[in-house]
Design a protein around this ligand. Structure first.
Ligand code: SIN
Length: 353
């Protein structure tokens, strides 16, 4: 009798362990729209409407996903990402945080347009408080195109979100078999499939039909170590920060107007090493003296803007964007200004995040 009971117990343990071993990860797909959900009027047309298909359409189009993970989908928005806005960002950040808190969820995939994917990814890297995988994915060709890239990208994204290798790295961007850290990812080509690059630090890794190889760790502050939060915030709580693009003969007018309108921060998309015309630099310095946070970044697309190299930041009251592109510097400045308006503390954020 004792032997019988023992053997029953062993059987139960073995069944439990083996079903745990074979249980597929639970992945939540949060859809926001973009070309990956887009449709053309005809397959030979270049034009298309982003955000046409629903999250269930996207999942059902790739039956192989069922072998990788147990999926559930949710439509957070269905927009082309050029119209991404604070409202959707806050809704998305809230949902990602909620979903990842659930013990039954192992990771999140966010389908998103490629135009502002790097901005959403970086924003989420600063406000999502979880080590579980978060993967942003899109496509360069609409779902109805000849040789659409969305299905393979989605397969990679789900495989990545389902993998323990993706834990603790902050949101990742995956497209065209390349994996990028949110802070590094940058769209660099208007139409080509190989558009996302990580110009300063190189891509985080590569994928091939779900097989993952990481090349580096994410050593910058993000996720559970980030001090930023948008919990309980409304769109109007995010301070207004604008970007001024520098070019030959830029005058002070746009900068002066922004200050008059009451912006809290200005990011300079400067020429070269974050520089601009004498008139623009003088206007920016006047803005800084009035308490507007002024960050110098560069329009070049790669490289660092370091303090006091070409411009005397100490004297003029500026903050150097370090590795951040103007569009990412704007996000860090918005979140930073929710904590402090002290330029020295803001500069520290740009050193760490
Ligand atoms: C968009 O960003 O929504 C349009 C472009 C794209 O997804 O590639």
């Amino acid at each position: 009798m004792r032997t019988y009971k023992l053997s029953c117990l062993v059987t139960v343990i073995v069944i439990t362990l083996s079903s745990a071993a074979y249980a597929k990860p639970n992945i939540k797909v949060l859809a926001t729209g973009g070309t990956i959900a887009g449709a053309q009027a005809s397959t030979s047309q270049a034009g298309y409407k982003a955000g046409t298909f629903s999250v269930d359409d996207l999942i059902n189009a790739v039956p192989q996903l069922k072998d990788v993970a147990d999926l559930s989908g949710e439509q957070v928005a269905n927009i082309a990402s050029q119209t991404m806005n604070h409202e959707v960002w806050l809704k998305l950040a809230k949902r990602v945080n909620e979903v990842l808190k659930d013990n039954n969820t192992d990771g999140v995939v966010i389908t998103h347009g490629t135009d502002t994917m790097e901005e959403t990814a970086y924003f989420l890297s600063l406000v999502v408080k979880s080590d579980k995988p978060v993967v942003l994915v899109g496509s360069m060709r609409p779902a109805t195109a000849i040789s659409a890239d969305g299905p393979a990208n989605l397969y990679n994204a789900v495989s990545l979100a389902a993998s323990p290798l993706a834990r603790g790295r902050g949101p990742l961007v995956v497209l065209n078999d390349d994996i990028h850290y949110a802070r590094e990812a940058q769209k660099t080509n208007t139409t080509e499939l190989d558009t996302f690059k990580s110009p300063n630090r190189g891509r985080a890794g590569v994928m091939n039909t779900g097989k993952i190889e990481f090349f580096s760790e994410n050593t910058t502050q993000h996720g559970t170590k980030s001090e930023f939060s948008v919990d309980g915030k409304a769109p109007a709580d995010l301070p207004r920060v604008e970007i001024v693009y520098s070019y030959e003969n830029l005058g002070p007018e746009m900068i002066d107007d922004l200050v008059k309108e009451g912006v809290k921060g200005i990011v300079l998309a400067g020429v070269g090493d974050g520089n601009s015309t004498d008139a623009a630099i003088a206007a920016l310095s006047a803005a800084a003296k009035k308490g507007v946070a002024v960050v110098r970044s560069s329009r070049v697309g790669s490289g660092l803007v370091v303090r006091n190299v070409e411009v005397n930041d100490d004297k003029l009251g500026f903050i150097a964007a370090m590795e951040l592109s103007p569009q990412k510097a704007r996000i860090l400045l918005m979140l930073g200004l929710m904590i402090t308006s002290d330029p020295a503390k803001l500069q520290q954020f740009f050193m760490e995040y």
